[in-house]
Design a protein around this ligand. Structure first.
Ligand SMILES: NC(=O)c1ccc[n+]([C@@H]2O[C@H](COP(=O)([O-])OP(=O)(O)OC[C@H]3O[C@@H](n4cnc5c(N)ncnc54)[C@H](OP(=O)(O)O)[C@@H]3O)[C@@H](O)[C@H]2O)c1
Length: 298
């Protein structure tokens, strides 16, 4: 049951210097929610009404996280990077929250999170989900779908997106739709919520092949994006020549393979059910990154 806008207790939001956390914080500010913006670089955080900047606090710095989270009742924990210590980082942040009396954690995970996920980034998202489930803290897992913007960020300077995928599909979703769902769950801040213990998979309205997705991005932007399938060998060799690290090559190839294996094609009703409006088609996405700006593509 949503409380009135004046009655919200403080919500701590992490990842606010990033694409998703910044949008979540901006939307919560629009709703008049008092916030604690938590991160490693408070000087890079936006100035938002009703928000205090807290930190510097990295997820694995327990004392700094405890100090930064003091006074929050809900923590929106945006997942960090695949450092090889992601579970330790997230677990430390969650334990710090519990230690200072945070009552609820909304964890921003990834669709397809599983110990055997093809996409390597989805594996340690699953470990944090398990940690939360065993922690006893009230929580909701929000599995963000794959961003509509990513194919544009993967394109090379000639607007060509290349990868070892063929006919597989992905239900790409916009940052704004993910944000609207997370905000709706955060605003549902009574003593109990139907979302307690839930795992919500936030997807776009349709599952597209990469060829379809990229063709729509081209039409939406007026730029000559196109998709070109490459073999696994070509995929490795081309990235290696560009100076991409072995770990990033493996991660990006697993992104394409997960699409081909049908692991990210499920379309859910989470966006319309929680926000009251249909999920946004890829062609209506409000923001397109520049080519070669995805993490670790060069
Ligand atoms: N759904 C998708 O398609 C998709 C795509 C890419 C990534 N992701 C995942 O979703 C998360 C959020 O996505 P995004 O697009 O907002 O990524 P982003 O723009 O790279 O932002 C990540 C945010 O997390 C913060 N962060 C990372 N590690 C941290 C740590 N150890 N301690 C404290 N803060 C930390 C970063 O802070 P700094 O500014 O200090 O680095 C930044 O604010 C990513 O971190 C990643 O796990 C999902």
């Amino acid at each position: 049951m949503p409380m009135s806008e004046e009655n919200h207790a403080a919500v701590a939001v992490t990842g606010v210097t990033g694409a998703l956390g910044s949008r979540i914080a901006a939307r919560l500010a629009l709703h008049g929610v008092p916030q604690l913006l938590v991160g490693r670089s408070p000087d890079r955080m936006s100035d938002l009404p009703g928000a205090q900047r807290r930190g510097p606090a990295a997820y694995d710095d327990a004392p700094a996280m405890r100090k930064a989270l003091e006074g929050a009742s809900t923590l929106i924990l945006v997942s960090g990077y695949r450092t090889g210590r992601r579970l330790e980082e997230h677990a430390t942040a969650i334990e710090a929250a519990t230690a200072v009396g945070v009552e609820r954690v909304l964890y921003v995970s990834l669709v397809g999170a599983s110990p055997v996920a093809t996409y390597l980034n989805a594996r340690d998202q699953w470990t944090t989900e398990q940690f939360l489930a065993g922690s006893g803290i009230r929580h909701t897992v929000l599995r963000a779908g794959w961003y509509s913007s990513t194919p544009a960020a993967l394109a090379d300077e000639d607007f060509v997106v290349r990868g070892p995928a063929h006919t597989g599909r992905a239900a790409f979703v916009t940052h704004e739709d993910i944000t609207r769902v997370i905000t709706a769950v955060a605003l549902d801040d009574g003593p109990r919520s139907e979302h307690d213990g839930a795992v919500l998979e936030i997807t776009g309205p349709e599952a597209l092949t990469l060829d379809e997705a990229v063709t729509r991005i081209a039409a939406a932007t007026g730029r000559p994006y196109r998709f070109q399938t490459e073999t696994l060998e070509e995929a490795f060799a081309r990235r290696w020549r560009r100076g991409v690290t072995g770990e990033q090559i493996e991660t990006w190839i697993s992104w394409f393979q997960a699409i081909d294996r049908g692991e990210v094609s499920t379309v859910t009703d989470v966006v319309p059910r929680l926000t009251g409006s249909p999920a946004t088609p890829i062609s209506d996405a409000a923001w397109w990154p520049e080519p070669t700006t995805a993490r670790g593509v060069r």
